[in-house]
Each structure stands twice: as C-alpha cells, then as structure tokens.
Design a protein around this ligand. Structure first.
Ligand code: GDP
Length: 196
C-alpha cells in the first residue's frame, strides 16, 4: 500500500542539502509534541521518525523516500522548550527558506494536538498556506485522548474556525496513532497530492 516502502533518505540542516527538487513531496509540520513522529510512523508502517528527539535533531529537515518520484518530509518541530532563541531563529530561517523555495512541495500536513489546537505556530502556517495557495490538510492528533463525542465536537469547532479564518480550501480530520484512527483518510490525501 501507499507509503509502505518508505525509507529514510537524508537529513538536511539547510535548504541546499535537500534532495534534488524534482518529483513531488508532502511535508509534515507541527508544534513539538503534537504527535508528528507518531503520525509519520503510523502512516508509513515504519519507525521512520524517532519518537524521542533531542533539540539538535529538531533543527533538521528529514526526508523519506516513497518511490523514485515521491517523498515525505518531516519538518522541524517548532516550540521545543529547551531550544534557545538563536536556534529558534535558525529554525525559522531554514523552514521559511524551504517552504518558500521548494518546487516539488505538493502539500503540507499540519498536526495539532486536539486538546491544544491553533497555536501561534499553527496560525502562522495557516497564514502561509493561505497566502501561497499551498494545499494544507490538518490532523487533529491524539483524538483518543477525548471521548468520541468530545472529539467530534472539537473537530467541528476547529473546522469552523479554520474555514472562517482561512477559507474553505483546507481539510481537517481526526487522527490517533495508537488507535490507527484516520489513517485511511490521511492516506487518501497523500495519494491525491502525490498522484499515487
Ligand atoms: P512530535 O514531537 O510532534 O514528533 O510528537 P511525538 O510523536 O513524539 O509524540 C509526543 C507524545 O505524544 C509522545 O508521548 C507520544 O506517545 C504521544 N502521542 C503521539 N500521538 C499520540 C496519539 O495519537 N494518541 C496518544 N494518546 N498519544 C500520542
């Protein structure tokens, strides 16, 4: 199935270290601890992204190869409490350079903890996607932390807020790594963006 052959390619500390900018890739973004590593592992059936990370590692863009043409990209998690300000500026500079220049970028998956949605970082990413016309799909992660009805309500509330603030173009779903909830829905989006 989709993503099953995913394999680590390389880590890039700067945009000029990224793989050749052809084919298509989908990037995963989110505040630190939003569940990005867990989601990547769940969606690829692989231990691609280590769930325990060090501040140093979070400064890297990690590329995973799906096939000759397609890649997934783990963008550095934002907001790591232990990262000093100069590192944060470094991070922002390279993230902006990547997002602003990458021609093969077909879409961005934004992960938000269902209990803490729409952080400043999330709003910045939504503004950027809106302004640049980049397709964006949102995973409300850790949906298993809420009861079914509460998770549904949170989904409706955040979806309404996003459609009001950033237009109808952005899609949003519930996701849980341990329950494997929302895997098929997320795969459908990746397949569409990557032409798989
Ligand atoms: P990252 O910093 O965004 O890569 O976040 P991680 O994937 O490392 O997850 C941060 C913490 O949240 C870890 O303790 C995970 O086990 C936990 N976590 C991640 N996804 C889920 C989820 O869907 N459900 C639950 N209950 N916990 C999760």
């Amino acid at each position: 199935g989709l993503c099953q052959q995913a394999a680590f390619m390389l880590s890039a500390a700067r945009v000029d270290q990224c793989p050749v900018d052809d084919g298509l890739e989908v990037a995963f973004a989110g505040r630190s601890n939003a569940g990005k590593s867990s989601a990547l592992n769940t969606l690829t059936h692989a231990n691609l992204a280590r769930t325990s990370k060090t501040p140093g590692r979070t400064q890297l863009l990690n590329f995973f190869r799906l096939d000759d043409r397609c890649r997934l990209v783990d963008l550095p998690g934002y907001g790591y409490a232990k990262v000093p300000i100069p590192l944060k500026q470094h991070w922002q500079h390279h993230l902006e350079a990547y997002l602003g220049s990458r021609r093969s970028l077909a879409g961005v998956v934004l992960l938000m903890d269902i209990r803490h949605p729409l952080t400043d970082f999330d709003r910045m990413m939504l503004d950027w996607a809106d302004a640049s016309g980049m397709p964006m799909h949102i995973l409300l992660t850790k949906a298993d932390k809420l009861a079914f009805g509460a998770a549904k309500n949170a989904l409706l509330k955040v979806r309404r807020e996003i459609h009001k603030g950033w237009g109808e173009g952005m899609s949003i779903q519930l996701f849980s790594a341990p329950k494997r909830q929302g895997v098929e829905e997320a795969h459908d989006v990746l397949a569409r963006w990557l032409g798989l």
